[in-house]
Design a protein around this ligand. Structure first.
Ligand SMILES: Cc1ncc(COP(=O)(O)O)c(C=O)c1O
Length: 423
């Protein structure tokens, strides 16, 4: 089906199939409207960069330019600055990963790593497994390579190993072999849940026994509020997991710095693909990251960011409990940025969006997080950016829209009437 962008595109007939297959991201299309000042945006996943220590950062950037300016502004090696690779290795050790910096490849955000991994492994028609719902940016990176994403359901304990086993068996019976399993095990985007500790080994065993690589995408692992982050999947299986990390949520996305930690046998190939894509990641941003994480009390900053996010999570959940209708269900994240809300069918959160924008609140409709067109009754709320009072106001506005929507659906006879006291 053509999206709005394609309908008026004079170049449409000339695009490669992979480009044609891409549809406008629901999130991107929303950003322009949601950015209007009168709208409370619970849509985009922007971190709280205003909470960073700017005077010290200014000094740090000055220092980098003063002491290593010519190198920082020069081209760099395809596998990046060895000092940045040390930093990334240190960050991964916080989640139980023992790795060598030699197996780390710095990338332009983890988004680039998603693209490079898909480029390395996927031909048109290949199958990739991914949680349902899944990070929309990963789905769009994969869609360029014309893969078929098969979703594996998740619940409050994250990806379900039983569902994974059933899906692997079904695909195997059909003679299909997934290229990899893409998973966000910690504080999932968009679902807000984490993979339960006792599921992790089982998921890894299943992947291994079916000869399926695991791509572990972990931007939020160090952003837990109530829980210690469980050891990463990569900490349990060094040979069959590609681990993707990023500084975007624990420091800032403006540096566009992420990395991939790969099994040694994949490293040179990944560097080749990376060099073909952009020669190298910026020397300047890697130098800034190196000095930030080695010369700076970054743990203190991260701790205060976590507190900010915890307060915003609490405000979101409190407002949901106070105002949302009894038919709504939502996840209760123990870290990260997102709450996933499930509403009764046939409510369609994309169709509801113009009404929400009229009421001056924005969210992300659920369908964009599924490659198979499901999720129409779901939505994602992101609490990382607005202040708690603004979040409360946004959730109240959305509750009003929702109440009207449900009333309309009931009037049409598509939902049973709510009895007093039902919850
Ligand atoms: C799950 C997940 N993966 C990857 C990314 C990409 O992050 P970046 O490219 O900024 O590192 C995001 C950003 O929101 C994300 O939520």
């Amino acid at each position: 089906m053509l999206d709005d962008m394609s309908a008026t595109d004079p170049f449409l007939a000339r695009y490669a199939r992979g480009t044609k297959a891409m549809t406008a991201s629901e999130i991107r299309a929303l950003f322009a409207v949601a950015a209007r000042p009168e709208i409370v945006s619970l849509a985009g996943g922007s971190p709280h960069t205003a909470g960073l220590p700017f005077p010290e950062l200014r000094e740090l950037v000055d220092e980098v330019l003063a002491t290593e300016g010519p190198t920082a502004l020069q081209y760099g090696p395809g596998q990046g600055d060895p000092r940045a690779r040390e930093v990334f290795t240190m960050l991964m050790s916080e989640e139980g990963i023992e790795a060598s910096p030699d197996d780390v490849v710095p990338t332009v955000g983890s988004q680039q790593a998603l693209d490079l991994v898909a480029r390395m492994f996927c031909d048109p028609g290949d199958v990739i497994l991914a949680e349902g719902p899944s990070y929309v940016g990963a789905l769009s990176a994969f869609s360029q390579y014309q893969v078929e994403v098969v979703h594996v359901p998740l619940d409050d304990g994250g990806l379900s190993p039983d569902a994974l086993a059933a899906t692997l068996d079904r695909l195997s019976a059909a003679g299909r072999h997934p290229k990899f399993l893409y998973t966000v095990p910690n504080f999932h985007n968009p679902a807000g849940v984490s993979m339960a500790e006792d599921r992790r080994d089982r998921v890894l065993d299943l992947a291994r026994s079916h000869d399926v690589l695991v791509v572990e995408d972990n931007p939020y692992g160090l952003l837990g509020f109530d829980v210690e982050t469980p050891p990463a999947l990569r900490a349990r299986d060094a040979d069959n997991v590609v681990y993707l990390g990023t500084l975007s949520k624990i420091f800032c996305p403006g540096l566009r710095l992420g990395w991939a930690l790969v099994p040694p046998a994949l490293r040179d190939r990944l560097v080749q693909v990376k060099e073909a894509s952009d020669l190298s990641t910026s020397n300047l941003t890697q130098a800034i990251a190196y000095h930030y994480f080695t010369g700076f009390p970054w743990r203190e900053t991260l701790k205060s960011l976590r507190e900010v996010y915890r307060e915003r999570r609490d405000a979101t959940l409190e407002a949901l409990r106070e105002t949302f209708p009894p038919e709504a269900r939502w996840t209760e994240p123990e870290g990260g940025f997102y709450v996933w809300v499930r509403l009764p069918e046939p409510l369609d959160t994309k169709a509801m969006m113009p009404r929400a924008l009229n009421a001056r609140v924005a969210y992300v409709p659920g369908r964009g997080f599924f490659a198979d067109g499901t999720g129409g009754n779901c939505l994602r709320l992101c609490y990382s950016f607005p202040r708690p009072d603004v979040i409360r106001e946004g959730v109240h506005r959305l509750a009003g829209v929702l109440a009207d929507e449900l009333e309309l659906i009931r009037a049409l006879g598509a939902l049973p009437r709510q009895k007093k006291g039902d919850r």
